[in-house]
Ligand binder design. Structure first.
Ligand SMILES: Cc1cc2nc3c(=O)[nH]c(=O)nc-3n(C[C@H](O)[C@H](O)[C@H](O)COP(=O)(O)O)c2cc1C
Length: 165
């Protein structure tokens, strides 16, 4: 698939089959994330991969518990405040890191959903996982084998995004 079609055909996948995502694939996903650009190349992202009981325990922190339950694994993406040099630019880098991961996941015929609502409970999650306050949760990525067909997505026509002087 060419790159534009890969980008356009990626969808948020919220329903998954019961299937294992291998440790090798997870390592490749994290590698894709870690090759994102970042300001001063400071690579402010940190990852934690949850499965089994730890993953199951996350459901109490989100309205999207069905996505967490169905996914084989959850990748938590944190900003490491200790390595941060500029919050705005570090968060942009983390967005790029997450998109790299989503596209790689899609390229492997797996599915993923970027979960942001769970951030409402980020402090409680850190406490539950015994993590330092320097690690600020930025997203949870649910990953698994999709159980539904990809539907075409919806975007406004390109013209709507263009600004002219
Ligand atoms: C910052 C951010 C937060 C998001 N949070 C959630 C979420 O909490 N739950 C959810 O189901 N989808 C979430 N999404 C996925 C969006 O709903 C989805 O990307 C959007 O509707 C476009 O659909 P598509 O990804 O299939 O193209 C989030 C996406 C982004 C970028």
């Amino acid at each position: 698939m060419d790159t534009l079609n890969l980008i356009k055909s990626r969808r948020s996948v919220r329903k998954f089959k019961k299937a294992n995502v291998s440790a090798k694939t997870i390592e490749e996903v994290l590698t894709a994330g870690s090759w994102a650009p970042s300001g001063l190349n400071n690579q402010p992202w940190r990852f934690m991969v949850l499965s089994g009981k730890e993953k199951a325990a996350l459901v109490k922190f989100t309205h999207y518990s069905y996505v967490i339950k169905g996914a084989d694994k959850i990748i938590l993406v944190f900003l490491d405040k200790k390595s941060s040099y500029n919050l705005e630019r570090d968060l942009m880098a983390i967005g790029a890191c997450i998109q790299n991961m989503l596209l790689y996941i899609h390229s492997q015929k797996l599915g993923a959903c970027w979960l942001g609502e769970i951030l409402n409970k980020r402090q409680k999650i850190n406490k539950f996982l015994c993590l330092s306050k320097n690690l600020q949760l930025q997203a949870a990525i649910a990953i698994g084998k999709p159980s539904v067909r990809y539907l075409p997505g919806k975007r406004r026509i390109l013209k709507k995004f263009l600004i002219y002087a």
